[in-house]
Design a protein around this ligand. Structure first.
Ligand SMILES: CC(C)(COP(=O)(O)OP(=O)(O)OC[C@H]1O[C@@H](n2cnc3c(N)ncnc32)[C@H](O)[C@@H]1OP(=O)(O)O)[C@@H](O)C(=O)NCCC(=O)NCCS
Length: 425
């Protein structure tokens, strides 16, 4: 029987089956305060998303009161290796059943299953800052956004983004985008630490062939490609425009939907193209790496105004520390001993990180005295190079037990560029 007062023991947390689809979706929609899908719309939403064993639910009798979705990704780490990741999404608990440990039970079950599968990390986009630190997640990938006043920017500096002889910017149809995009993205993402793989469903959503999860009508963006002098497509840009006029003149806001390129030449050529769209008064780029060079390509970088909603985006949770730290590369040699606290236990204990001049590194168990003390969330925050050890030490999130250890570990873990992930899920 369903009772709003059911205790934790009355709630069953289990893997969701195909036949749970409508009940689970209703709980998901309610949890995210959105209208529920039913009938054919619900079936259509479920079909590409249902993967046996990857969706969890909490049930009070027949009523679904908690949802949890695990997605399969590969994450690129500094140096270009890719590792399996448990992407956590669709996390909700019914308002009537909150703060009784239901999220905790779903999370603990999911992390255990991820570890058994061999996933090296879990990754999520956190709706609220305070939820996931207790489960060993730390903010690890940020993004920024800019709004460029096109005329005031005076475009890219002379020579920046000019097409090399034989290169071209070409319009693409959605069919062409779906054909060229996934392979090109796979080549891009292994060059971009922090990037994750994209599913066929992601491309269907990107090209307006599938209904957006949050509701609303699917629309096709405008797409262009950069073709290099050898005839290969090496960059893509998609955008939408509002076609606004001001005082009779066009003053359109062009908003970039997706952008990536295999090299800086293609990237700059696509930005030059975007800044020369005839009616554009404003170019909004909502999702950029925090240290993306775009503003500095402009004659007047002050015309690139930061968007207020930029923030930390992805939270990482290291599940298999030796595998994670052996896979990435390092810019400085050194050795530092960490004492890691982990409530779930996966990365708890004393570890030595040894990095060599050739860029390789290993993390091994040690009994040597600890030089730095931190928790699993802080370890995850510094792993991809976004947060630095000295910065977290200054914030009181890492404790320095041996003078100079934070600086040394900072040099070991630092990267020249911040990680960036162009996929939010
Ligand atoms: C966030 C949410 C899933 C939490 O579910 P829940 O079942 O109430 O969480 P639990 O009872 O398992 O709480 C586990 C721990 O997290 C803490 N916690 C839960 N929600 C929190 C929040 N919003 N902010 C800070 N801490 C939170 C609890 O206090 C508890 O702490 P403790 O075990 O260390 O004492 C639920 O409130 C919800 O559905 N919110 C709206 C949708 C949402 O924001 N989902 C997250 C999308 S990323």
């Amino acid at each position: 029987m369903t009772t709003a007062a059911a205790g934790a023991a009355d709630i069953e947390v289990r893997i969701v089956r195909d036949e749970d689809s409508e009940e689970w979706q209703r709980a998901l929609s309610n949890g995210f305060l959105s209208p529920a899908r039913t009938g054919e719309a619900a079936a259509e939403w479920w079909r590409p998303r249902f993967a046996p064993g990857r969706i969890l639910g909490a049930f009070d009798g027949a009523r679904c009161v908690g949802t949890f979705h695990s997605l399969e990704f590969a994450l690129t780490v500094p140096g270009g290796a890719t590792l399996p990741v448990d992407g956590v999404a669709g996390v909700t608990v019914a308002t009537s059943h909150r703060r009784r440990g239901i999220l905790r039970r779903m999370m603990e079950l999911d992390l255990e299953r991820a570890r058994e599968r061999g996933d090296v990390f879990a990754l999520l986009n956190a709706a609220q800052y305070g939820i996931y630190g207790r489960f060993g997640f730390g903010p690890a990938i940020r993004y920024t956004g800019v709004e460029i006043e096109v005329a005031r920017s005076r475009g890219p500096r002379p020579g920046v983004g000019e097409l090399p002889v034989g290169a071209a910017i070409e319009p693409l149809t959605m069919a062409e985008l779906v054909k060229a995009g996934p392979d090109l993205y796979d080549r891009f993402r292994v060059r971009q630490p922090g990037a994750i793989s994209r599913s066929p469903l992601w491309w269907a959503l990107e090209t307006g062939q599938a209904e957006p999860s949050a509701g609303g009508r699917a629309t096709e963006p405008i797409a262009v490609a950069y073709r290099d002098p050898g005839g290969r497509i090496t960059g893509l840009l998609t955008y939408r425009a509002d076609n606004a006029f001001s005082g009779g003149d066009p003053h359109t806001t062009v908003t970039v939907v997706d952008h990536f390129a295999l090299d800086r030449t293609a990237e700059a050529a696509l930005w030059r193209h975007a800044l020369s769209i005839e009616w554009a008064g404003r170019l909004v780029v909502p999702h950029l790496a925090p240290d993306d060079p775009l503003p500095r390509l402009l004659v007047n970088p002050r015309a690139a105004l930061p968007l207020r909603r930029s923030h930390e985006d992805h939270w990482l949770r290291v599940l298999d520390a030796p595998r994670a730290f052996a896979a990435r590369t390092y810019e400085a040699p050194g050795r530092t001993v960490f004492e890691v606290a982990d409530a779930q236990g996966y990365v708890a204990g004393r570890w030595s990180l040894e990095t060599a001049a050739d860029g390789t590194g290993v993390l091994t168990r040690t009994d040597d005295p600890a030089e730095l003390a931190l928790d699993a969330g802080a370890l995850s925050s510094v792993y991809l190079g976004d947060a630095t050890v000295p910065h977290l030490e200054a914030a009181g999130l890492i404790t320095e037990l041996t003078p100079g250890a934070a600086h040394r570990a900072g040099l070991q873990l630092r990267t020249s560029f911040a990680p960036w992930c162009p996929v939010t899920f």
